[in-house]
Structure formats: C-alpha cells, structure tokens
Ligand binder design. Sequence first.
Ligand SMILES: C[S@@+](CC[C@H](N)C(=O)[O-])C[C@H]1O[C@@H](n2cnc3c(N)ncnc32)[C@H](O)[C@@H]1O
Length: 203
Amino acid sequence: MADPITRDTFASVYQGQIPWEIGRPQKVFVEVADQVAGSILDAGCGTGENAFFFAARGHQVTGIDFVEEAIRRAKQKATERGLPVTFLLKDALTLSEWTERFDSVIDSGLFHVFTDDDRRRYVAGLAHVLKPGGRLSLICFSDEEPGTQGPRRVSRQELQAAFAQGWTIESLTRARFEVIPNLKDLSFSEGGPKAWFAVARRH
Ligand SMILES: C[S@@+](CC[C@H](N)C(=O)[O-])C[C@H]1O[C@@H](n2cnc3c(N)ncnc32)[C@H](O)[C@@H]1O
C-alpha cells in the first residue's frame, strides 16, 4: 500500500515550487463547467483557482484544505479578486462529521493522495456532504502516467471500485493535469501528467 502524503509534506510544498499552482483553473473543469450545478465544495482547494473559476460563474463555492498556507493564500486572492468564496481550514477526511450539504463537489488532485483506507473514508464523506443526485467531478493521476514522481497512480478499475456502491459513474475519461512550466526535479509526460477525469452521481 502507498505511504500517505502527510500534511507536513504538503505544507513544505507551499514553501517552494508548487507544481499545480498554474494561476488558472484546470482545463477539465472549464470544459465541463456547464454540467456543474448549484453550490460547490472544492475538496483540497489549494489556493483556490478552480473555486474562483466557479465563483465567477455565479456559484456559491466553499473551498477546504488542510494546509494553513494554502487557505491563507486563497483568502488573500479572494480579497484581491473580489470573489466571495468561503475558504476553510479543514481535513477532507472529516467530511462525514460535517453538517454542510452541497449540490456538487469538485476534486482536483485530492483523491490520488489517499491510502486505500483513507480513500474509503473520503468517499463515504463525499456521499455524506453531497445532496442526493449531486455530482462529483474528480481528476486524479492515472496509472498510464509513467514513473513514480508525484502522487500515487490510480487505475480505471480502482475508480470504478471506489464508486461502485451508492454512486453511478456517468463518465470516466482520459485527461491531463496542467502543471507549471519548467518544473525543477520533477518530470512528467509531455503535455502534462496523464489523468483520469471521473464524473459520478450520488444516488
Ligand atoms: C495536488 S494539490 C491540488 C490543489 C488544488 N485542488 C488545485 O487543483 O490547484 C492537493 C491539495 O489537497 C490538499 N490536501 C491533501 N490532503 C488533504 C486532506 N486530507 N484534507 C484537505 N486537504 C488536503 C493539499 O494541501 C493540496 O493543497
């Protein structure tokens, strides 16, 4: 089983090169924006680029991340851009304890962080915070991405298994993550790390 990526590991990334900090939303979310409805939870929001994209389209958006520096920067950007996103310091593994409910959840690079056990806990939490009929849109590293740098790779079968009960996977397609140019000490496929993009509807 893969080792968990700890909060300290993520906190140290926010002190240096942040591969996912591209200064705009991930392209996959722009492409499916019309299919994302109502209030949105951005789980593992980082500094909020995907959250800001949906807020600018008129959605009520809440972003959560467990790294203080990420939330501090996200709040600063919200002030600078005048976009009313709620950013909370919160562990995504505690979603089952939350009283908030959302029409949609987006996950850009969080699911692939978790161990098998935490993955089950996270998916149960997603089902808890999503209203019945609500949709999760998720992009994670794919097992088709070569090498071992970066996060854990996820297979199509693992995604199908994770959302086998209580969910309908509406689409599961190949995609690419966008990362910053000129990454130091990290190399991924030309065109960006290979990814899976899943849209799953909670029953
Ligand atoms: C790959 S980054 C992606 C950030 C953002 N979604 C984006 O696309 O720019 C993953 C983020 O998930 C956060 N994260 C990891 N584990 C978490 C957890 N258990 N609860 C909340 N946030 C978590 C990290 O701090 C990091 O900001």
